[in-house]
Design a protein around this ligand. Structure first.
Ligand code: HEC
Ligand code: HEC
Ligand code: HEC
Length: 101
């Protein structure tokens, strides 16, 4: 059991070149247009699984209702898309980076 857990943790922290989550592009439909999250592009920036899971996001797509208000206050995507770590969720120049029409 311990060994299986150790292996799991090892896999989770040692494969940043995986798509994040492995092999996937996730999307959401919103009135502002489809939102696309590309795991590979995030992993390519060296972001580890644990930077997003489980504090920021559950490991289950589509179960959490996210609003722009929460993101603009630093939740979900806004934990990094805050104008410092990466482009801001509240800056009108960048809406279309996430909301591809
Ligand atoms: C930059 C943030 C970020 C990183 C890093 C990240 N994930 Fe995720 N992951 C997400 C988001 C966002 C979701 C979708 C959550 C939602 O829909 O509420 C998700 C969902 C998932 C899911 C569920 C997919 C589904 O279809 O239900 C799995 C499994 C997962 N991630 C595994 C991983 C693993 C393994 C890693 C590391 C290799 C990783 N994630 C790294 C953001 C990230
Ligand atoms: C970092 C990515 C990202 C950026 C940048 C972004 N959004 Fe969003 N937006 C999302 C996600 C994720 C959702 C949630 C979709 C869902 O859960 O259905 C969302 C949802 C929305 C919604 C529907 C929910 C709500 O809060 O009303 C609107 C409207 C919206 N965005 C407008 C905008 C506008 C306008 C901008 C630019 C000022 C913007 N978004 C920038 C990711 C982003
Ligand atoms: C742990 C930090 C983190 C979280 C959380 C995060 N991102 Fe990112 N994201 C980044 C970084 C870093 C970059 C690359 C730097 C840049 O392009 O500004 C990036 C880049 C992007 C890009 C541009 C990709 C490209 O084509 O170059 C999009 C689109 C994006 N993120 C969407 C999202 C969405 C949607 C969410 C929430 C579901 C999200 N991100 C959550 C850190 C994060």
């Amino acid at each position: 059991m311990i060994r299986a857990l150790t292996l799991l943790v090892f896999i989770l922290v040692s494969v940043p070149s995986f798509a994040v989550p492995p092999g996937k592009v996730l999307s959401w439909e919103s009135e502002e247009g489809r939102v696309v999250f590309n795991g590979t592009k995030h992993a390519g920036k060296g972001i580890k699984c644990t930077q997003c899971h489980l504090e920021v996001f559950r490991m289950r797509h589509g179960v959490t209702k996210m609003t722009m208000k929460e993101m603009n206050e630093g939740a979900y995507c806004g934990a990094c898309h805050d104008g410092k770590t990466s482009f801001s969720t509240s800056d009108e120049r960048y809406c279309s980076k996430c909301h591809v029409k």
